[in-house]
Ligand binder design. Structure first.
Ligand SMILES: NC(=O)c1ccc[n+]([C@@H]2O[C@H](COP(=O)([O-])OP(=O)(O)OC[C@H]3O[C@@H](n4cnc5c(N)ncnc54)[C@H](OP(=O)(O)O)[C@@H]3O)[C@@H](O)[C@H]2O)c1
Length: 226
């Protein structure tokens, strides 16, 4: 089994544009993909599980369902997230809460829940991996996006430390930090209005770059890799 071909991979946020594309490309490289998402109408496939990540119990339920589907888990890709815009002086508590629950706490919980299964995969000869999508804002916190940047920087810090710690268990943790992608995420902001962005990256190209990094055993995907 390579990192992708033959692997059982959980894609969280598979109802999103990038998550759906990552799931599709991983399948075409030979992975068995288990999808988790929030929206039934945008989630397809034989192994698809619905969960709202702002629910504290969701991470454990998703990982247990994914493992239960194939009695194995070799990879987890976390592509769920929300964005919010607006001045620092106006950010609301419910916005802060939703940003940190979805972008930081839920991925931390998902990684925690996946660790025993990914360790077992490594012990069984697999090459397990975790992929997160913090984004360029984790490298360059951005005006007008302070709370979003902070939630993604929290995730990036957790993932960087996890990467060092989990390496010993044979688990590779890869944080992807692309710049703006044309997924329409900014139009679905939970607060505020997006400024006019220059044309962004194509979701298909970003997904392809991430899948290549998984396949080629890369250790990090900074913004410059896109
Ligand atoms: N687009 C960019 O410019 C860009 C750049 C760098 C990083 N990223 C990151 O890439 C990831 C994918 O974003 P995208 O651009 O593909 O946007 P997207 O199409 O809006 O995807 C976001 C996904 O997150 C899910 N989600 C949001 N809140 C959730 C919750 N409480 N519980 C469960 N799922 C939830 C959405 O579910 P629903 O389908 O139900 O809404 C959707 O599947 C995000 O983490 C984003 O921050 C995006």
């Amino acid at each position: 089994m390579s990192d992708v071909n033959g692997a059982v991979v959980l894609v969280v946020g598979a109802s999103g544009v990038l998550g759906a594309e990552l799931a599709r490309q991983l399948e075409s490289e030979g992975a068995t993909v288990v999808r988790a998402g929030r929206s039934a109408e945008r989630l397809s496939g034989p192994d698809a599980f619905l969960a709202d990540l702002t629910d504290e119990a969701a991470a454990a339920a998703i990982v247990a369902a994914a493992f239960g589907a194939h009695d194995r888990l070799d990879g987890i890709v976390i592509a769920a997230g929300v964005v919010a815009f607006g001045p620092v002086g106006e950010v609301r508590d419910d916005t802060l809460r939703q940003l940190f629950e979805t972008n930081a706490l839920a991925p931390m919980r998902l990684i925690r829940e996946a660790v025993p299964h990914l360790s077992a995969s490594a012990q069984g000869g697999g090459k397990p991996f975790v992929v997160t999508l913090s984004g360029i804002v984790a490298e360059s916190p951005t005006a007008g996006l302070a709370a979003y940047s902070a939630s993604k920087a929290a995730l990036a810090a957790f993932v960087q430390a996890s990467s060092r710690e989990l390496r010993r268990s044979g688990i590779r943790v890869l944080d992807a930090r692309p710049g703006h992608i044309e997924t329409g995420l900014a139009t679905r902001a939970i607060a505020g209005t997006a400024p006019a962005f220059p044309a962004g990256l194509a979701p298909e190209a970003v997904a392809a770059r991430i899948v290549r990094a998984i396949r080629d055993d890369e250790k990090d995907l900074p913004s410059t890799a896109f």
